[in-house]
Design a protein around this ligand. Structure first.
Ligand code: ADP
Length: 182
């Protein structure tokens, strides 16, 4: 399956993406993880991304889209993939559409993780990543509302919504049920 996960920061997309990837036997592609891996290796792309990530802003599309295009060129994505954190804007969604169209492919579904802002602030503050301080989190939530939430309309024809509050295992089951694979 080719899936995109959408949800506010702290909705648990990464956790669910790991579990879904294992069950579906497809790679989990997280743009946040790719940026953090680049940063750890001190690549030019990583250092460029850091400035934006630290402030909770989006990394520019020139950087992000190229990175995703490269990753989707890897052979392991031929059996499908779970995209986590990309696209995050309708412009990125257009780019993704173009990348897939060139391969004659389409997304099967877009899974929306629904969760309340206050629940996620508490979760994120507990996680302790360097970009998980309250100001950055609030900014990321604002960016989500302004830039990412329009994707829910964009993908209305393939949107599957899941209540993302509950136990990890329970939420995974909700996802597969919503995808008709329960
Ligand atoms: P979260 O969903 O908790 O905000 P992520 O690990 O998905 O965490 O992303 C962390 C940061 O990486 C974002 O705040 C942003 O700066 C950058 N980033 C991730 N994905 C994208 C993307 N698709 N476009 C632009 N920036 C991105």
């Amino acid at each position: 399956m080719r899936l995109v996960l959408v949800g506010p920061p702290g909705a648990g997309k990464g956790t669910q993406a790991e579990r879904m990837a294992e069950r579906l036997d497809v790679p989990h592609i997280s743009t946040g993880d790719l940026f953090r891996a680049n940063l750890k290796q001190e690549t030019e792309l990583g250092l460029e991304a850091k400035r934006y990530m630290d402030a909770g802003n989006l990394v520019p599309d020139e950087v992000t889209v190229g990175m995703v295009r490269d990753r989707l060129g890897d052979a392991d994505t031929e059996k499908g993939f779970i995209l986590d954190g990309f696209p995050r804007t309708t412009a990125q969604a257009d780019s993704l559409g173009g990348i897939l169209k060139d391969k004659g492919l389409e997304l099967d579904a877009v899974v929306q993780f629904e969760v309340d802002d206050e629940v996620v602030v508490q979760r994120l503050l507990g996680r302790g990543r360097s970009d998980d301080n309250e100001d950055t989190i609030r900014n990321r939530q604002q960016v989500y509302r302004d830039e990412t939430a329009p994707l829910l309309q964009y993908y209305a024809d393939r949107l599957v919504t899941v209540d993302a509050v509950g136990e990890v295992e329970e939420i995974t089951e909700r996802v597969f049920t919503a995808l008709g694979k329960g």
